[in-house]
Design a protein around this ligand. Structure first.
Ligand code: NAI
Length: 343
């Protein structure tokens, strides 16, 4: 059986990290049919659309996307492609596991945290307008439906995966109505999961608590903006944005992507570290039910980091993106030969 997947290589370092990831995925023996599309500025130049309708139709058909980073202009220009895709396909849950890799120097070893971020509303609804010259209003939207849905996602995941504790992160002391509603929804959902300890922390305190002692948390659930900021803070626990995977999950579709950007400073130089997209693709493999392939790659990746011979420049190595991918594939081949020899 082969899996149809919509591939969005993105721009900047996107095509390089995507190519490396696709090569490693294919080396597992799992069969894929990739439907590849450009989005963003390059797509607009060619097709007059930032997200070509063929790409949208492809995701509607395959239900699964693997996406590289896409540049978004700051303070003007077109709106974020990422936000548009999340809204279009109602990818309401942004799921980011934060786990260390061997030999990446960090302040804390053995971090195992899960961030669940509501992905469709809050200040990311894009509802902004100039009230009068010099005064701009940006609307924060929080609904009972989306808050309940994300809380359920977090608790159901916790139950299925034997996680023990969930904290809802908020600022309901100031935003009494909006964050107050979010908290009420979390509390209601929590009642249906008595085996999971439920707590609430204010977002600014959470930042300090995380930096002081990340082990006090297990899973965090929060609205969009807090999730965006806190998940990047947590990326620092495992070496930075180059190591953190993410999944954008809805009821019908899922898009897997690295959390780093298009890194225009190193694009096209074979310098990018593909680890974050590769780890995102492991979440995709598990989503597709390909658990063995996911384990195969994870073990090989950990070996490459443990041996430290073929690491990319951002982590002190000298290998390029493609040599790093070769090294992961080589480790997978070695593991396969070792298993074959035993049998
Ligand atoms: P960035 O993540 O692209 O780069 C920040 C720094 O990290 C740079 O020095 C870069 O070289 C380095 N870096 C990032 N990924 C790396 C990797 N895989 N390997 C080695 N080094 C890596 O963030 P920045 O500069 O703020 O954003 C650049 C563009 O990316 C912007 O247009 C932004 O909108 C877009 N972006 C897209 C995202 C997405 O599509 N999911 C997410 C974040 C930003």
């Amino acid at each position: 059986m082969s899996h149809k997947v919509t591939l969005i290589p993105g721009d900047g370092i996107g095509p390089e990290v995507t190519k490396a990831t696709v090569r490693i995925l294919e080396a597992t023996g799992v069969k894929f049919e990739w439907e590849s599309f450009q989005v963003g500025a390059e797509a607009f130049e060619k097709y007059g659309e930032y997200i070509p309708k063929e790409a949208i139709e492809s995701i509607e058909r395959t239900h699964v996307g693997l996406k590289g980073p896409v540049s978004t202009p700051i303070g003007g220009g077109f709106s974020s492609i990422n936000v548009a895709l999340r809204q279009k396909f109602e990818l309401y849950a942004n799921f980011r596991p934060i786990r260390n890799l061997p030999h990446i120097p960090t302040r804390y070893p053995d971090v195992d945290l899960i961030i669940v971020r509501e992905n469709t509303e809050s200040l990311y609804s894009g509802l902004e307008h100039e009230v009068v010259p010099g005064v701009v209003e940006s609307l924060k939207i929080i609904t009972e439906k989306a808050s309940t849905r994300i809380a359920k996602f977090a608790f159901e995941y916790a139950r299925k995966n034997q996680r023990k504790k969930i904290h809802a992160i908020h600022k309901a002391n100031i935003m009494k109505l909006s964050d107050g509603l979010f908290l009420r929804c979390c509390r209601t959902v929590a009642k249906g999961f008595p085996e999971i300890t439920y707590g609430e922390h204010i977002v600014d305190n959470t930042c300090m608590q995380l930096v002081m002692n990340p082990y006090q948390y297990d899973m965090l659930v929060m609205e969009n903006l807090y999730g965006d900021i806190i998940s990047d803070l947590c990326a620092a626990f495992v070496g930075g944005l180059g190591f953190v995977p993410s999944a954008n999950l809805g009821d019908h579709c899922a898009i897997f992507e690295a959390v780093h950007g298009s890194a225009p400073d190193i694009a096209g130089k074979n310098l990018a570290n593909p680890t974050a997209l590769l780890r995102s693709s492991l979440l995709m493999l598990r989503h597709l039910g390909e658990f063995d392939a996911s384990t195969q790659i994870r073990n090989a990746l950990e070996k490459v980091y443990r041996h430290r011979e073929k690491l990319t420049k951002d982590v002190g190595g000298e290998a390029g993106t493609s040599q790093f991918a070769d090294a992961v594939i080589e480790e997978m081949d070695k593991a396969k030969s070792a298993t074959a020899a035993v049998h």
